[in-house]
Ligand binder design. Sequence first.
Ligand SMILES: Cc1cc2nc3c(=O)[nH]c(=O)nc-3n(C[C@H](O)[C@H](O)[C@H](O)COP(=O)(O)OP(=O)(O)OC[C@H]3O[C@@H](n4cnc5c(N)ncnc54)[C@H](O)[C@@H]3O)c2cc1C
Length: 492
Amino acid sequence: MTADEAGYLRDESRRTGRAERIVFAADEGDVRRALDEARLNDWPVTMQGARTGISAGAVPEGGLILNLSRMKHIGSVADRRITVQPGALLSEINAEVAPQGLFFPPDPTETSASIGGMIACNASGALSYHYGPTRRWIRSARVMLAGGETLTLRRGEQWAQGNRFALKTDSGSVIEGALPALKMPLVKHAAGYYVQSDMDLLDLFIGMEGTLGVITEAELDLLPIPSVRQALTAFFPTEAGALAFVRFLRDDGECALPMAPVAIEFFDADALDLLRRAQKETPAFFHLPTLPASCAAAIYVELHGGDAAALDPTVLVIAGALPSFGASDNTCWFAEQPPVLDRLKTFRHATPEVVNLLIDERRKTCPDLTKLGTDMAVPDAAMERILARYHGDLAAAGLESVIFGHIGDNHVHVNILPRTQAEYDRGKALYREWAGIVTALGGSVSAEHGIGKIKVALLEVQYGAAGIDEMRKLKRLFDPDARLNRGNLFTR
Ligand SMILES: Cc1cc2nc3c(=O)[nH]c(=O)nc-3n(C[C@H](O)[C@H](O)[C@H](O)COP(=O)(O)OP(=O)(O)OC[C@H]3O[C@@H](n4cnc5c(N)ncnc54)[C@H](O)[C@@H]3O)c2cc1C
């Protein structure tokens, strides 16, 4: 590795790894040659897309880095579908299809993510409240296995029989085996392999975090861009008021809205304070809208519709309801046109970015620090209970934090912001304790970011040692030497 290539030893988790060599594949032939080279040298192989992942999935632990960012061909649209290479970025795909009035709905807010990384992690984001995760929008995929064979997986064509499966490779050999017996939580979930009895086998490769093969191509489903996109950010004097407002928004019984929300996002008081500081101190955030002086929480709601006449009343119904939750419709921000809406979205996306900058600053005095960012989802009934638990534990441990994220899916990111190693250790212990509570409530230890290398211990909390062992056996069917993305999901 040259000094210029050192940046490829890390991703947005800020963890740094090590590698012998990096290959920038331009096509499937390059991918196969890189895998051959790794086999000859007995090296592990770590795949990289755009390295925006925050679980260190793309951080190498020795061996060869297989970087897919130059495989970025985007085909033409046919029947609202498009075929892309894995290095194509979400922003590039959407820019390509927008002139035809189409968009790719999954939105991990980080538009510089690559489609290969999004499929590998089953990425979600704010809009998955309505549109679901990446999985729902993948029609087919080509996957190269560690030995160089390829699989072409088309939705609806290859099925498991109960928990048994037999997959034919493109050269005609058959890989047979059993799916792990894992109980999938009934919440947003991206932790470990996705398995179901009688499942479509394409789904096994979505969310596998590069541990089963290299995604070399995918066909995506697209949707017409909604002709109306509007949003509202409301500020609440109490967090309880904000949470009651969330229930109002998503509970059909209480709220007969003409148009259903597509995203419901949450900011706690600490997240709003951090953004307020960034607005004053960090030039990159000077352009953010000015926040009200004091508030305990904010909720961002986005609405998509095809009929402007039907949508306007929705925003007004929502704004009109705010006083019953202690909020004022005078202080909320409306976005009635996409340019203003993009500004509100930038505000939402700024939260994790400001956190990352803060941690980079703290690493100057304590280099081993990283952000401790949770990614856990709980069932509906547990939303208020888990938030109260997070706040109580953080206060008792004396830890600085911000809480924000996808409250519509009962999925918030608690970002613990340690200043010292001792605080980091306290935060890590809390994170582990919460994983036990969340799984006992029927939740997931990772709803969208994946397990990567950072959350391996949490996957064991979710599925136990026996479940991990079954996943390991599944991996060995596709990757007998455990060469691909070693260290992701579980240790060897
Ligand atoms: C500020 C910020 C906000 C974010 N918000 C969200 C959010 O709201 N929701 C969300 O889901 N994510 C979010 N993310 C995380 C990240 O954007 C997603 O996980 C994204 O899917 C990663 O894509 P990537 O191309 O950067 O993948 P990388 O980071 O390069 O890789 C991610 C994983 O995929 C594997 N991989 C990459 N390409 C391939 C391939 N072709 N074949 C097989 N395996 C491969 C890698 O080995 C690694 O394990 C956020 C990130 C940032 C920085």
